[in-house]
Write a protein that binds this ligand. Structure first.
Ligand code: CA
Length: 230
């Protein structure tokens, strides 16, 4: 089935050009020329869009406010958002990512780049729904919470499993220390980030031969490296 992308953008030329190119790539599209209409379309449709392209500079309700609202509503909480920002609005990008946008692209942008970003963000969203992971060495069943390295079961604690799950579902991307703490220990956690390192160390020990899949990114966090043959 064709995936629907909602384009919230008041500049008709840009919106039309995005629509034209996305439809050529096989997506369905819908344009909202104001934030209010965008919200209405995103929330009232029976089926939420697969992804939302959100311009930050809109008349009336701002893009950031819309992003915040979309993240608050259960129906659109998980719908990926790519923000369109002006080159000069550095602050908006950071704020946008903090309030839950998945990526941003700076105007003027190439359609080719936008489409590449859309595909990457959709792929990542698919990963979050993953029930099972399997590569040459490692098998993870996310529903039963079981892990096997080279066929041998690895017994993990809840936290260790949650940590591994977070890394795998963001495969190839760096998971920052803060995002891991937020996702595994919860937003209310204000403890020492050494807790994270201790858990990673234990996780690696338990994974033994499979521990190479967790790479340290110095000063930033950790990254899961898939052993899948390309
Ligand atoms: Ca605009």
């Amino acid at each position: 089935m064709q995936q629907k992308i909602l384009i919230i953008e008041d500049e008709a030329d840009i919106a039309e050009s995005i629509r034209y190119n996305l439809e050529r790539e096989g997506f369905r599209t819908e344009i909202a020329e104001s934030g209010e209409k965008g919200l209405r379309l995103a929330l009232n449709d029976k089926k939420s869009p697969a992804l939302i392209i959100l311009d930050l500079m809109l008349p009336g309700m701002s893009g950031l406010e819309i992003c915040r609202r979309l993240r608050r509503e259960p129906q659109t909480r998980k719908v990926p958002i790519i923000m369109l920002t002006a080159k000069t609005a550095e602050v908006d990008k950071v704020t946008g990512l903090e309030i839950g946008a998945d990526d941003y692209i700076t105007k003027p942008f190439s359609i080719k780049e936008l489409i590449a970003r859309i595909r990457a963000v959709l792929r990542r969203a698919d990963n979050l729904e993953m029930r099972r992971y399997e590569d040459e060495q490692l098998t993870i069943d996310f529903e039963d919470m079981r892990v096997f390295c080279k066929g041998q079961e690895v017994k993990l604690t809840r936290k260790e499993f949650a940590l591994l799950e977070n890394l795998v579902k963001n495969s190839g991307r760096v998971a920052t220390r803060q995002s891991l703490l937020d996702n595994v220990w919860g937003y209310s956690y204000f403890g020492d980030t050494r807790t994270l390192d201790v858990h990673i160390r234990r996780l690696r020990q338990k994974l033994g031969d499979c521990s190479d899949c967790i790479e340290t990114v110095v000063g930033v966090g950790y990254r899961f490296i898939s052993n899948k043959k390309q």
